[in-house]
Write a protein that binds this ligand. Sequence first.
Ligand code: C2O
Ligand code: CU
Length: 464
Amino acid sequence: MQRRTFLKLSGAGVCSSVYPIVGATASNVINITPKAGEINIVGPQFPATQVWGFDGQVPGTPIRVKLGQTVRATIHNALKVPTAVHWHGIRLPNAMDGVAGLTQPPIAPGESFEYRFTPPDAGTYWYHSHVNAYEQVGRGLYGPLIIEEESPPEVDRDLIWMIDDWRLNDDAAIVDNFNSGHDRSHAGRIGNVPTVNGRFRDSVKVRKGERIRLRLINASNARNFALTFGDLNPTVIAIDGQAIEPYQSSDAIVIGAASRVDLIIDMTGDPRATVAVVDSFYRESFELTKFVFSKEILRESALDKSVALALPTLPTPDLANALKQDVVVAGGAMGGLKRAQLDGEWMGLRWIAQQGYVWAINDVVGNKLDMPPLIETKRGTSIHLNLRNESAFPHPMHLHGHHMKLLSINDKPLSQPRWVDSPLLLPDQTMELAFVADNPGDWLFHCHALEHHAAGLGSLVRIT
Ligand code: C2O
Ligand code: CU
């Protein structure tokens, strides 16, 4: 079967639900069991897909707490393999970061581990496995993590869309060629079945006049999205969990792997209308999902209330006294990288590729989690990063334990600098980012195209 066949199946996936996410926890004391499960992704004409999920579901049990509450999540590993859970985007103590092999030992099958942390920032986050993530996240081990604002904007519904991209065969089974050499050296694992909350081509019922807060979370191994919403005019209110001055976007909304975007959408269509949500990041565009208006009218014109969130109060980096660091990302297929250092020794890329690695940051292959740090600094230092992508592929660059202020792209200062934790660095692009290194510990800074990370696109920031 051709990889794109599912995208062309027009009849598949007519489940017509409103994306129920079952079992939303209202509590901050949570027990979660990663285990094998079965979900129907592609629709009734196809068999169910065997997955790994938190509590056997994909997405896993949503965690929703109020700002200020302490999360106590006990993970009971019912998989046959070790795992660990990373709380993506949360500024938390290093020992709770969930990077097995760096911040904790893996949780063995049959064992449990309690994560305990108090998120300091409201917003849209997610949690996912951080052991062989290219396989464990690829099989479904992820879930939403929502930290509620004290006074969120008034909306009729608050929806979470966890977007993913599966590689399925014609029996709807996961193709288990995880971390293939091709995926490692090219764009990462790009699948053939894009889903929202584990469903291919579902639809979402809406009512005219309804105001929806839509929390987009890209849980794909490597697929990036650029979404348009027909003639609905979404207002962007937060990126990577952090509030921004709201703006209406007429361009496609780009959401790289691991990133989040919060939108407010007023459902201005007429009863029984259909609005397709279309992705156009890669050459071929496709319909991800659609809104279907019921005959019910909730209100004739949009709610006349502010959609703005309180802006983040993160520590401001002191650029005049910052530690400057270039971060040059290179390697991969069609890249110019010829040699790099592996375990401290210079080698030709052919030799490095024979060991399974194809990427480097500043000519250093990130083949270990506990490698010598790219940056080592005292707590409180401002760090000013200059990222440059010298490769032919996009890289969503994720820093653990901090948010970074995105100051400029291709030397053009942003009119509204914004806080990010997973900015998407496009081929040939440069980005200037800054943050205060205020969270002690060893933190990963890596590409969230999970096959790229596995193939050496990672580094460490040590804060003492
Ligand atoms: Cu979302 Cu290192 O992870
Ligand atoms: Cu990458």
